[in-house]
Write a protein that binds this ligand. Structure first.
Ligand code: SF4
Ligand code: SF4
Ligand code: SF4
Ligand code: FES
Length: 950
């Protein structure tokens, strides 16, 4: 348990090989050159009063409270803006300084409401603290003069309030928005006495560019900007460090608590992935954990047309196990399976796959990574030998050329996007390959050098044409390739890629990207210094997803952009634990640590540890499970924390498969879309109620710590353990740390990982073993994990999903900042105020041609199905392309996506669906059926007393 007071050294850390020794109040200290006098003093525990300085932001020097005396220097410099110098002698306390500081505070206090006893910041207000520190006893100017005490409150944001009457115009909020977040939503308007903080052009926060990251709230030294939860609940009395359960950035937070209630989430300054920053989801969107829809009691029913019946845990588990055993006895061993979730912890995922392999006796386990990053695992393993990204996030600060392909970091990975934007503002070049004009293409102080606006489905053609330029213009890093890569594979690839058919000119017709831009972008990547590639689902969710991942790896190897900081191939993982769920053996063909089930020595190791014989044949992938279900061969499914009925493509196919099964067990927080087809509902717990670990996109394993007891009575790992024991396969873990100990024993890349070690180091990037006892920030240093890097021929094969007269537009999908994945969590928070429905983005030309105006209902029809969404007419999409998000089940975005998938991994081709769009007046037939079915399912729950107590 931690106190809620964090130390603030006043100004940021400086890295410098040059060390400087100085004396402060007679004590000597040696610090890196560039360190401020204020920080050096703080390191000596000499506290210099301050108001406008904080270690998260560059010093500004406006409050004049931190003045010091420096021998030989004229006047009284501000310690926050004065860098240390060799031999400097600093005095921080004397009468003159005390008088000036008191005078400064008198001015501040004469224009402050002084309602301390009822102020939300009471007890942790820096203004209040400083009044105490400088010994303020009277305010000679009185309180009657001109002041700002009638400043108005802005309560437009659902999560925080701006109370202008308390503002001391220190500009910490403005700098936080600029430097940390990179949104530039705030300004100080007016001059002198009239200076005030304004959002955008002096509009309410909600009408400004503000993205509600909360950095300004955190930076504010007074109660001017305060979280509404803090205003309502009062201050916390303890805090617990844990990890965000939303995206793959994996931000570390201090959950500030009053007993078992969260007062607020404060990003952890020591968090290795986020360094004290956050986005609107992690900081504010946690209300779902106690939303009235949350189910906390187990339920069963024989048929999905029956009402749910609340039962004891014992009855639910024994019913579920009985059904699974009955099905296996009737239909065979392989008739059941399990699905793990990238939202669950490593430990929870590990026990689910263990239950399937050892308890069910088959390998029918798969994970939602199947539908997002499975091509990453395959493509990177094939080329470099490890199924993971190569860098840590901080590496971007050493990149000279940043390439973003098929990713939208400001929406999908916002905290990393802020870091990337910082590097871009420092001058790094930016190449974006995306069919849509994402925010990064042009945002305050950032402009992409190239936006390669390719047609959806032509990634491989584009990457090949970039590689063609590098090979044919002599830009290959020959020494790197010679030393680090397999010569025959390189020669074969070089020959292939040099073919005229791969030239930008030949590919221009396919990709729609002007050849000259491709040539210039390729030259920039190859010659501009450190080149770092970041990619997302716009790369993987294609019929050639794996080919594209290999194409990216080829490009990085050919240019020597691997094996050091500032470079690399970096998949931006969607969900919080996608990396971890894959690492933990969630795929049907692999044990934990990506080792094939047919590898006898690996299998023997697991058989020895788990005490049962294991199958040497891969089991069913999720799409194969659906096929087998429709063929009458697959009848029982255990789904932990995943909503396949909403997230998987071709919804009607999925729901037909679910309907054909005899026992579906859903372990989740809510009656999600899949649970509407379930026979057993096992209530799960939120990340706030669990102990375990998540592994983020950097391979960073971080602790998730329980801040409150599970509202459902059991941790998710315990529920799986109960089910396993009831199935007859014993599991006897007493704590998730024991599960991690077993993972470490059985997985070479995790040998050195334990809860104790993570607690000691803060977080660990795997591989962590004898060779890398503190983890591995950068992969493939010196040599590739597989030894030599392997180039693979990546021939462009157009997708089968073609536009024609009937389906002339290409639909592509993506996500938005305020919502997350299927929206089950964020839809149950105030985040809906930013995005309360999925809309169809359509270019003005396409809209005009169809008589579609902003806000009109548009019918979207594909070969798989049809749905209706409202139109957003925008030039963000190019003509011929339409775009939507998929956060709301009733949108039916996946009713229109097809069964097409990646050739190697079956990852669905979400990003390319040929559609027609027409103006309509009513919901689609599917939507009408969906509403009716949902209504019926909700009514079958209405008599059950199973919801969380408020
Ligand atoms: S919440 Fe974030 S984006 Fe909004 S004004 Fe504050 S720092 Fe800027
Ligand atoms: S709102 Fe807070 S951080 Fe911003 S200028 Fe006012 S007191 Fe400073
Ligand atoms: S960036 Fe991702 S991990 Fe960080 S707070 Fe936002 S959702 Fe959570
Ligand atoms: S803290 Fe140094 S001038 Fe404000």
């Amino acid at each position: 348990m931690l106190s809620i007071v964090e130390q603030d050294l006043g100004t940021p850390n400086r890295d410098s090989a040059t060390l400087v020794t100085l004396s402060i109040d007679g004590q000597e200290i040696t610090v890196p050159a560039g360190t401020s006098v204020m920080r050096a003093a703080a390191l000596l525990e000499v506290k210099i009063p301050k108001l406008c300085a904080t270690e998260q932001l560059e010093a500004f020097g406006s409050c004049r409270l931190c003045l010091v005396q420096i021998e030989g220097m004229k006047g009284l410099p501000a310690s926050c803006t004065t860098p240390v110098a060799q031999g400097m002698k600093v005095t921080t306390q004397n009468k003159q300084l005390a008088d000036i500081r008191r005078g400064v505070m008198e001015l501040y206090i004469s224009d402050h409401p002084l309602d301390c006893l009822t102020c939300p910041a009471n007890g942790h207000c820096e203004l209040q603290d400083m009044a105490g520190v400088v010994g303020l006893r009277e305010v000679r100017y009185g309180y009657e003069g001109a002041n700002h005490l009638k400043g108005e409150k802005d309560t437009s944001n659902p999560y925080f309030t701006f109370d202008a009457s308390k503002c001391i115009v220190c500009s910490r909020c403005v700098r936080a928005c600029d430097e940390q977040q990179g949104t530039f939503a705030l300004t100080i308007q007016g001059r002198g006495f009239d200076s005030t903080v304004a959002a955008s052009q002096n509009v309410p926060f909600m009408d400004s560019e503000c993205v509600s990251c909360g950095a300004c709230v955190q930076a504010c030294p007074t109660a001017t900007l305060s979280e509404n939860s803090l205003i309502q609940k009062g201050q916390a009395e303890h805090s617990v460090i844990t990890t965000c359960a939303y995206c793959g950035v994996g931000c570390s937070f201090r959950a500030e608590m009053q007993g078992e209630e969260v007062v607020r989430m404060v990003p952890n300054k020591d968090g290795h992935a986020n360094h004290g920053h956050s986005c609107v989801k992690g900081r504010f969107a946690i209300g779902y954990a106690t939303h009235s829809d949350r189910i906390v009691k187990p339920m069963i029913r024989s048929k999905i047309t029956d009402p749910w019946r609340e039962v004891s845990w014992q009855e639910a588990i024994s019913y579920a196990a009985g059904e699974l055993k009955r099905i296996q006895a009737k239909y065979g061993r392989d008739s059941i399976g399990g699905i793990t979730s990238s939202r669950c912890t490593n430990e929870e995922t590990y026990v689910v796959q263990k239950l399937v392999r050892a308890g069910f006796g088959n390998n029918n386990v798969d994970t939602c990574a199947r539908v997002c990053h499975s091509p990453t695992g395959y493509g990177l393993k094939q080329t470099m030998g490890e199924s993971a990204g190569t860098q840590n996030f901080d590496s971007v600060m050493k990149a000279d050329v940043i390439v973003v392909i098929g990713a939208n970091p400001t929406d999908g990975h916002p905290v990393f996007a802020s870091q990337m934007k910082r590097r871009l503002r420092q001058g790094a070049k930016l190449i974006i390959a995306d069919p849509r004009r994402i925010d990064l293409v042009r945002s305050p102080h950032i402009e992409a050098d190239f936006h390669l606006k390719l047609k959806p489905g032509t990634n491989v053609a584009l990457i090949n044409s970039m590689a063609h330029v590098i090979v044919t213009e002599g830009l290959v890093k020959e020494d790197f390739v010679r030393e680090r890569c397999e010569a025959p594979s390189f020669e074969k690839w070089r020959k292939f890629i040099a073919l005229p058919s791969n030239s930008p000119e030949a590919m221009e017709l396919v990709t729609g990207v002007p050849a000259a831009s491709v040539r210039a972008a390729a030259r920039l990547y190859a010659t501009g210094g450190n080149g770092a590639i970041y990619y997302g689902l716009g790369v993987t969710e294609h019929s050639q997803g794996s080919t594209m991942v290999m194409g990216i790896a080829n490009l990085a190897m050919a240019t020597g952009n691997l094996g050091r900081e500032g470079v690399g191939v970096n998949p931006l993982r969607g969900q919080n634990n996608v990396q971890g769920s894959c690492d933990m053996g969630s795929f049907p063909h692999e044990f934990p640590g990506y080792r094939h089930v047919s590898d006898d020595s690996v299998r023997r190791q697991f058989e020895g540890a788990w005490g049962v014989p294991l199958l040497n044949e891969p089991g069913l992938r999720i799409p194969n499970m659906f096929e087998a279900a429709l063929d009458g061969e697959f009848k029982g499914l255990y789904i932990e924390g995943e909503d396949i009925a909403q997230s998987d493509p071709n919804t009607q196919h999925v729901t037909a498969a679910l309907t054909s099964m005899e026992c579906i067990i859903v372990q989740d927080l809510f009656l999600n879309e899949s649970a509407k087809f379930a026979h057993v509902f096992l209530p799960g717990c939120s990340f706030l109620e669990k102990d375990g670990t998540f592994t983020n996109a950097e391979r960073r394993i971080s602790r998730v710590r329980k801040v409150m007891e599970p509202k459902n009575g059991y941790g998710d790992w315990e529920i799986t353990q109960l089910l396993s024991n009831a199935m007859g396969y014993p599991m006897n873990y007493a704590h998730p740390s024991e599960i991690m100990d077993e993972i470490a024993r059985l997985t070479p890349t995790f040998t050195g990982v334990s809860f104790a070690r993570i607690d000691e180091l803060g977080s660990i990037q795997w591989p962590c073993n004898d060779a890398h006892p503190e983890g591995t920030p950068t992969m493939h240093v010196g040599e590739f994990v597989r030894g030599k890097g392997r180039f693979l021929v990546t021939e462009y094969v157009p997708t089968h999903e073609k536009v024609n007269a009937r389906y002339p537009l290409i639909l592509t999908t993506g996500r938005i900042l305020s919502q997350y994945n299927v929206g089950a969590q964020t839809r149950r928070t105030e985040n809906n105020q930013w995005h309360d429905e999925d809309r169809l983005e359509i270019h003005p030309h396409d809209a005009e041609e169809r008589g579609i105006a902003e806000g009109d209902w548009v019918g979207i029809e594909s070969r798989a199905g049809d749905t209706v969404l409202r139109a957003r007419v925008t030039e963000r999409v190019q003509p011929g392309v339409v775009y939507t998000t998929f956060h709301f089940p009733e949108s039916g975005a996946n009713v229109i996506t097809t069964d097409n998938s990646d050739w190697a991994t079956n990852c669905p081709e979400y990003k390319v669906t040929a559609v027609q769009a027409t103006r309509v007046g009513q919901p689609s037939e599917w939507q009408k059926r969906f509403r009716e079915f949902s209504h019926t399912q909700e009514s079958l729950l209405k008599d059950a007393d199973v919801f969380v107590a408020k």
